[in-house]
Design a protein around this ligand. Structure first.
Ligand code: ADP
Ligand code: ZN
Length: 537
């Protein structure tokens, strides 16, 4: 049943406190359900405006709303915004001194706050439980922000999120339970509903598409040069535009940041190896436009609301599509056109495998769970790698991954704007397989390419690799083309590459090549044309 007076009241508050005239897609329904006392699961992309979905009902319900939030910076940010808007809110977390914490708790007991943010760990502490049970303050709603943290299938699993239910059970009554996340996969959604034990929840998933974002994947030979020319072009076309460059490692961040500074750009950096002060300062430099470009690891971004980020460049491929979409989604929150560009190199794959296998996040898990989680992460990495190779519409690929159907053509991604040509490389692929099979031991990619090209290098001749049956078989192909074919064969699982320091190629056990087997790759038409022209000359 729609209660118009409630919605009108909610709209009034939207204007009064937040200054907005209209709800965005999904907000109204989520607010209404919570106000009707129904549990809620809201799944909306980053930047869609999830916070208002619990903040506005919080203002309208009696008692207080407890918001569970995973990050101190996120809490500070939101509480700061609420206080500025004239809403009484506070957070209770480890960044407060004992004195501050007790004062905040005292005020909370007196009912001075309408909204209180806590880290999930806090729910287990005696002082807090005492407040919840004995202060006489009623917790009308418990809102779980970043709710995917309850799921081991999610990307930021937080064991303490599992304690939320225990806390709820301690209360003599049950508040309305609402949960919000930007992770849309079915596994995570089901986990949230199960683990938090949502009762007959109103589940709403808004479209994940961000039409204003342009997507591109590039495989530059020299990433830094590609980045430089991209930034120079940007500077010409839209001087002063803000952007984020994501790198996989702190070392990469340092290098790219240093180089860009040398090359005259206004840059700053962010990663977990910097002191708290420096991180804070750099983040603010970026947010307040004192620095134009942020070079960062994935430690940067959660809870950061800079609406006018015009581009997000991934200098390395991230470990899964969830991370990619979340990080790329920090571009263009204001709805204006923005670009999301990914630079891929096969080594990114290896780095990610290393991170998955040696990650600290899973340390608390038992051996069996660890193995399951690892296998899942490998599979996700594979899906991410496919994104880097697909010639389909990139938006289609992304949305499809998150379970949405599209027409398959968006007109606003590099693949839609590139004309591809399918090239049958069955013969070449067979030669490659034969070449690898004929080697008396395993070799790395560059040696295999050398053999196929018929190289006369010392490395090849001294090892008698010119005796391989496929020596020189692909002499007329470019090295880049041979590498591309090998890479795609790796992606499709016909070939395998080890993960150690000197990776070697092998033919996958499952690879059965018969007469019907064929292998095709897609190549931008321009490249084909250039090649033709070169041949003519
Ligand atoms: P999320 O948590 O979904 O990533 P936020 O709640 O941080 O997103 O909101 C993102 C931005 O959108 C914020 O700047 C917020 O003020 C703004 N916003 C939210 N709702 C509306 C609305 N109805 N109209 C205009 N802007 C909105
Ligand atoms: Zn497209």
């Amino acid at each position: 049943m729609i209660d118009l007076s409630k919605i009108q009241e909610a709209k009034k508050l939207l204007k009064q406190y937040f200054g907005y005239d209209e709800f965005r897609q999904g907000q109204e329904q989520l607010i209404e359900a919570a106000l009707n006392g129904q549990d809620v699961l809201g799944i909306m992309p980053t930047g869609a405006g999830k916070s208002l979905c619990f903040q506005i009902p919080a203002l309208m319900m009696d008692g207080i709303t407890l918001v569970i939030s995973p990050l101190i910076s996120l809490m500070k940010d939101q509480v700061g915004t609420l206080n500025q808007a004239g809403i009484h809110a506070a957070f209770l977390n480890s960044s407060l001194t004992q004195g501050q914490y007790h004062t905040a708790l005292k005020y909370a007991m007196q009912g001075r706050y309408k909204i209180i943010y806590v880290a999930p760990e806090r729910l287990e502490t005696e002082g807090f439980i005492n407040f919840a049970l004995n202060s006489g303050v009623k917790i009308s709603m418990l809102a779980v922000d970043e709710a995917h943290c309850v799921s081991q299938w999610g990307q930021d699993f937080r064991p303490s999120y599992l304690k939320i239910l225990e806390f709820l059970k301690k209360l003599p009554y049950r508040p309305v339970l609402t949960a919000y996340t930007a992770t849309a996969t079915a596994e995570v959604r089901d986990d949230i509903m199960d683990i938090l034990n949502l009762r007959d929840p109103f589940v709403l998933t808004t479209g994940f598409d961000r039409e204003n974002l342009y997507y591109a994947v590039k495989r530059p030979r020299d990433k830094y040069r590609e980045l430089l020319s991209y930034l120079k072009e940007k500077e010409e076309k839209m001087p002063g535009s803000s952007g984020i460059i994501y790198c996989l490692s702190r070392k990469n961040v340092e290098e790219v940041c240093y180089q860009l500074r040398e090359d005259g750009f206004s840059v700053t950096r962010y990663h977990a190896g910097l002191s708290d002060e420096e991180r804070k300062e750099n983040q603010e430099d970026f947010i307040y436009d004192r620095k134009q470009i942020m070079v960062a690891t994935n430690a940067f971004g959660m809870g950061i609301d800079k609406p006018d980020v015009r581009f997000v460049v991934h200098y390395n491929m991230p470990k899964n599509m969830e991370s990619y979409y979340q990080e790329a989604g920090r571009a263009g929150r204001d709805g204006e056109p923005a670009e999301c560009i990914l630079y891929y190199a096969p080594i990114d794959n290896r780095t990610n495998r290393f991170l998955i296998e040696n990650g600290e996040e899973n340390e608390e898990l038992d051996a069996i769970t660890k193995q399951i989680v690892m296998e899942r992460d490998w599979e996700r990495l594979r899906q991410m790698t496919f994104y880097c190779y697909t010639k389909e519409c990139l938006r289609h690929y992304i949305l499809n991954y998150f379970g949405e159907q599209t027409s398959g053509y968006c007109g606003n991604c590099l693949n839609c704007l590139t004309e591809f040509e399918t090239v049958d490389v069955t013969m070449e692929a067979k030669d490659i397989i034969q070449c690898i099979r004929d080697c008396y031991r395993d070799f790395g990619l560059s040696t295999i390419v050398d053999i196929l090209k018929g190289s006369k290098s010392q490395k090849v001749l001294s090892r008698h690799l010119d005796e391989n049956s496929q020596y020189g078989a692909l002499a007329s192909e470019s090295i880049a083309r041979i590498r591309q074919i090998i890479n795609e064969m790796l992606v499709y699982g016909y070939l395998e590459m080890t993960d150690d320091e000197y990776p070697v190629l092998s033919v996958a056990d499952i690879t059965k090549i018969d007469d019907n087997w064929n292998f095709e790759i897609k190549i931008p038409k321009e490249v084909e044309k250039e090649k033709e022209e070169r041949k003519i000359q």
